[in-house]
Design a protein around this ligand. Sequence first.
Ligand code: F6R
Ligand code: ZN
Length: 215
Amino acid sequence: MVEHPFSFAISPALTLTDVAERKIIRRVSDLRRYFADTESLESMIKDGDPVAYEVLDIPRPEREGELISGLSILYPGLVGAEYFMTKGHFHAVRGTSELYYCLAGSGLLLMENEQGEWKTEALTPGRVVYVAPGWAHRSVNTGTDERLITFFVYPANAGHDYLTIEQRGFRKRVVNDNGTPRLVDGGADSQSVVSRLVGTPGSNQAPEKSELKTQ
Ligand code: F6R
Ligand code: ZN
């Protein structure tokens, strides 16, 4: 098969045009095992199950030499104290990387590797994040009313390992602490930390020591 170059546009409305795209929609109910505050999550699902994010990508054969690119559109919102975020994943082929270019909104790319290191990078319009090989990645929308829109590109043979993150979570979570994004530990006790930050009725404990850190 002869391959031909092609082009496409990212329209002013921040959608893809001139290209056949595939669209994935993730609702809050698709993120059941990801947010710490399960009570808030279940009540949001009952109240209409809003869309958390959409991914528009350009399908290509999933083989070495090909690239997959597209838009990730993450809506603003909170589940308890935790900002709307993507599931997050490692690439199944750990040696593959990815580029994210932020087009609109504000947020973070939260990343960690299997050696125990973690890192966040700001996503604001014009900034590019290079996700190095071996780093799991998750986008977090820390804005109050704007969508976080990023253009991504990664090797088509990368594959996606969601299970590792679904089962053990990220080492850090990003929560809204009185209007300020904060990183808190994402370990076993993260649910109580997150509910304390959101001010669970009857609890007047001070928020756990937390940090917003860019390594
Ligand atoms: C692909 C990639 C992005 C994400 C998108 C949604 O490797 O990193 O296209 O797929 O931002 O996030 P996930 O896939 O974690 O639900
Ligand atoms: Zn990826």
